[in-house]
Design a protein around this ligand. Structure first.
Ligand SMILES: [Zn+2]
Length: 136
């Protein structure tokens, strides 16, 4: 799933990903782990803010081990739950794919839209619509 999502980035950028084996002696710009929250090593959590899915921004990401973490095991387990409906599974799989695309974007240097310096010129937040959406 991660490799497929990375290839999505290739379609809309000039980036070409080269996937290395774990035992490769080549150095990678982006290093990915799949730690669950309880598996994140304490030495990597100086701020205690490294649970879930995360990615370092490009300038901090390059060469770091890891630079992205996907906490996908719990989500994939939820997809295999006996009581999950087909529709719920499709939604969860779409969420996983979106998460992977999102975190790879951070590793490439993209920040959240709301953090853009020109945010107020680039787009207008309709706060009422957002509140309505999350309250329904
Ligand atoms: Zn993000």
């Amino acid at each position: 799933m991660v490799m497929e999502a990375a290839q999505e980035w290739q379609k809309c950028t000039s980036i070409i990903f080269k996937f290395l084996e774990l035992d490769s002696t080549d150095s990678a710009h982006i290093n990915i782990t799949f730690w669950r929250d309880e598996e994140v090593p304490p030495e990597f959590t100086p701020t205690g803010d490294y649970n879930g899915h995360w990615s370092l921004l490009r300038q901090f990401s390059s060469g770091r081990r890891p630079s992205i973490n996907f906490n996908l095991v719990p989500l994939l387990n939820e997809c295999e739950a006996p009581d999950i409906t087909a529709q719920q599974k499709v939604l969860k799989m779409k969420f996983i794919r979106a998460t992977i695309l999102h975190e790879i974007g951070h590793a490439l240097g993209f920040i959240h839209e709301q953090l853009r310096g020109d945010r107020d010129k680039a787009f207008k937040l309709n706060v009422e619509d957002i509140v309505t959406y999350y309250n329904t």
